[in-house]
Write a protein that binds this ligand. Structure first.
Ligand code: FES
Ligand SMILES: [Fe+2]
Length: 433
């Protein structure tokens, strides 16, 4: 006879994992229908239990790591002690204090007994886990609770009314055709002479910036402008289109988010970046917003630093432009040399759990400088591909159904102003009729 849910419920104690299976890597478990992770914050130390998701962006803490006897979230590095207290929010800087809502509600008790780890989610009169009659039967780890408010997923009805990227222009040759997925449906695109068409018929198909766009119904989005597109000082390099195993909203959120860089991109662009973020404004514009952020940074990976043409430490301006639903642009200006890099980032919501990602780099070496060479462009594209792969890996771990639009379903801190603006812009887009 095993310890079933019924007996567990009557004592308030739930066996969740064999004690020997819990080390310093978090293990997802279930107790009384609720999702937790259990982990030892020191090798051989006592077991701690935490709710399954980080309160910030709802990332599963099963993907977290133990660092200095705390559980660290993989996305922005928030750290939690054994009682669930959030003891570090890196984007707030060394003197910042985590907001009270950042603390995790941990189970009432965790005990290691009879070779098993037991959780009592709520206070119980039975002070210790009962001796099981046989081998306990832990319940499978359930899916964490979905957000209480609305979630903007890849099949949101408002997405019918927007232009979406559906292919690179070079993927659709004259006289050729192509099948694409958009909003859970399959469309056949064809090109005859100058004409682009779609089957089933769409409100429109057109080409812009080397991308084929499709609007299923009358669009109400404001098209993103790309001034670098016809600026002769810029050369462009497309990354091969790739797929994210999740919805577009959280990926757009990651593009606008600077605070994740030192954690998700430590191996590529992040290591040299300072963690604390300076104050910055977000200017609302029709269909989206712009945000300009200037700061000093060390960027050993930037062009010209290695060759000594630029100082390691230089002033950089980042200009983010967003247009709903999923058109994004980031321009990075190195203010000393005049060199600039623009990243165009466009998302195609294919299916609830699939998004095709188009990324283009537009590079300029600055006034009076020769155009960046094909080798330079190829090297920059290769770095950007590695950066994107790191983002997509995190998206896969998030197991998200979309971007939560209710402001209390996540926890926003000072560094999240663009993320908040994104959620508001998508809520407005979804509400427009
Ligand atoms: S720190 Fe966990 S999602 Fe941001
Ligand atoms: Fe990223």
């Amino acid at each position: 006879m095993g310890t079933t849910g019924t007996t567990a419920r009557s004592t308030g104690w739930f066996p969740v994992a064999r004690a020997t299976e819990v080390g310093t890597t978090p293990v997802p478990v279930g107790a009384d229908g609720r999702a937790y992770v259990v982990v030892r914050l020191r090798p051989g130390g006592e077991v701690s239990a935490f709710p399954a998701r980080c309160p910030h962006r709802l990332v599963p803490l099963a993907a977290g790591t133990v660092v200095e006897a705390r559980l660290q979230c993989p996305y922005h590095g928030w750290r939690f002690d054994g009682e669930g207290r959030c003891v570090d929010v890196p984007s707030l800087g060394p003197d910042g204090t985590a907001p009270p809502r950042a603390d995790l509600t941990v189970p009432w008790a965790v005990e290691e007994r009879h070779g098993w780890v037991w959780l009592a989610p709520e206070r119980t009169a039975v002070t210790l886990p009962p001796a099981p009659a046989g081998d306990p039967l832990p319940e499978p780890a359930p899916d964490p609770e979905p957000p209480a408010g609305p979630v903007f997923g890849n099949l949101d009805p408002s997405l019918e009314h927007a232009w979406h990227p559906v292919a690179l222009a070079r993927e659709l040759r004259p006289g050729g055709w192509l099948q694409v997925r958009l909003l859970g449906r399959t469309w056949s695109l064809s090109r005859t002479g100058e004409e682009l068409s779609a089957d089933p018929p769409a409100w429109g198909v057109r080409e812009r910036f080397g991308v084929v766009w499709l609007a299923p119904a009358e669009p109400r989005d404001v098209p993103l402008e790309l001034p670098e597109d016809d600026d002769r000082r810029f050369v462009r390099g497309w990354l091969p289109p790739t797929r994210s195993p999740g919805p577009a909203g959280p990926l757009a959120d990651a593009f606008l988010d600077v605070a994740h860089v030192p954690f998700v991109h430590a191996a590529t662009s992040g290591a040299a970046d300072r963690v604390e973020l300076p104050a910055h404004d977000v200017d609302a514009e029709p269909g989206g917003f712009t945000s300009v952020q200037e700061r000093w940074c060390d960027a050993p990976q930037d062009r010209g630093v290695a060759t000594g043409e630029q100082p390691l430490r230089h002033r950089r301006r980042a200009t983010y432009v967003y247009r709903a639903p999923f058109q994004l642009r980031l321009r990075l200006d190195l203010l000393d040399s005049g060199a600039a890099t623009t990243i165009l980032f466009l998302l195609q919501p294919e299916d609830p759990d699939s998004t095709r990602v188009y990324t283009c780099l537009l590079l300029s070496a600055g006034p009076g400088q020769p155009l960046p060479s094909p080798d330079v462009v190829a090297a920059e594209v290769a770095v950007e591909q590695r950066v994107l792969a790191e983002d997509l890996e995190l998206q896969a771990q998030m197991a998200s159904t979309g971007l939560p639009l209710g402001m209390r379903d996540e926890l926003h801190v000072r560094a999240d102003r663009l993320g908040v603006a994104l959620r508001r812009a998508l809520a407005d887009f979804a509400a427009a009729r």
